[in-house]
Design a protein around this ligand. Sequence first.
Ligand SMILES: [Zn+2]
Length: 437
Amino acid sequence: MILFEKIAIITSAYEPALTDAYLLVGDDGKIAYIGGTRPDCAPDRVISGARKALIPGLVNAHTHLPMTVFRGFGEGCELHEWLNNYIFPAEDKLDARCVSACTDLAIAECVRFGTTSVTDMYMFEPTVAERIDKGGMKANLCRAITKFSSPSGFEWSGEKSTEDTREVLELFERWHGHDNSRIVVDAGIHGEYTSEPYLWEKVAAFAKERNIRLHVHLSETKSEHEECIGRWGMTPAEVLEKHGVFDVPANCAHCVWTTPHDHEILAAHGATAVHNPVSNMKLASGFAPVTAMKNAGVNVALGTDGVSSNNSHDMFEEIKAAAIMHKAANLDPSLVPAPDAFAMATINGAKAQGRESECGRLAVGFDADITMLDLDAPHLYPMHSLLSNVVFAARGSDVCMTMVRGRTLYEGGEYKTVDVERARYEIEHYAFPKIWG
Ligand SMILES: [Zn+2]
């Protein structure tokens, strides 16, 4: 048992912060007690809460973990130029060994910045799952399918299977529900513009039969959204709905150009829109209609997107960007108030992953997915409101401890589950020569 003693706690985005409180982590990895008086217990470890605060572990609801290797590569382009001229050709050279090292680097970065759960979409995803298993985070993982490897249709196995479809099956069979569902597998469609109706229907049916969620990029750029209307006479959300994609809970990354009708579709199907403010600004994709989506009843979560378009996995940057960009874009300082921005990175992210009854807030019986902040810094003083300081002033480097299910993954500069030096060595001596010769 671990007892946090006399500590400030944000239990949830919409509840008042506690001060001088106690939080007990049980041996089962769940929160056993939160309250204002010391619980009657004999903990193995007591952590003083002086100038510290606990917040729910952050949920990064859309990223591509192995893309750490592309940090700083191909700058100054919009999405499609960037993908076609830089990212796709370089990605062709990746292999499982590259992905393994780059994922380790990403996991280290995530836990360093207080992220406890991620929703990931990439290739070589069984390798990502292995690294996540070792790294100790929670994750919803998917291998997205595109039309490029199966232009005339596919089957999941047998003669008409492809490398992608075999990987989807391998990922699902080996990893779905692993470690009491610390790892969950989602179905994946890369995006409307990289796929076809046969693919949407097959992937949706796959998800439905297995009772799993689905992850897709949706209306990220204006051109992608408008070209879809040109092709089908419908928006991406409309055409995907028609082909059954929203019959299962869908995690829709970006939703920058979605319309009021699209929001009705997403809300009616219980889909999540994942806001990626930093990536959207960096690739000049636009400003997602976050307030309109929320008002329409859509669950809005938050993600970094791959660090290739960010360039970091620091969710504190996303929280702040989400909280300020809509104010400026709409000349309205009341938009996306601090609790809403924080909810996107916690409760709403947990909901996006189907984990709302296990994490996203700190409560007795919930998993001890906890991030501790060191408040002993000039930029975090004074503290009129802890939540306001967390949303607008804190940064990832203020995290001093990250815990998933009561297991410490990062503390005070030490990575407990990832060999960061080994990952760096592999990237420098294997991945770099392999990709860039
Ligand atoms: Zn993405």
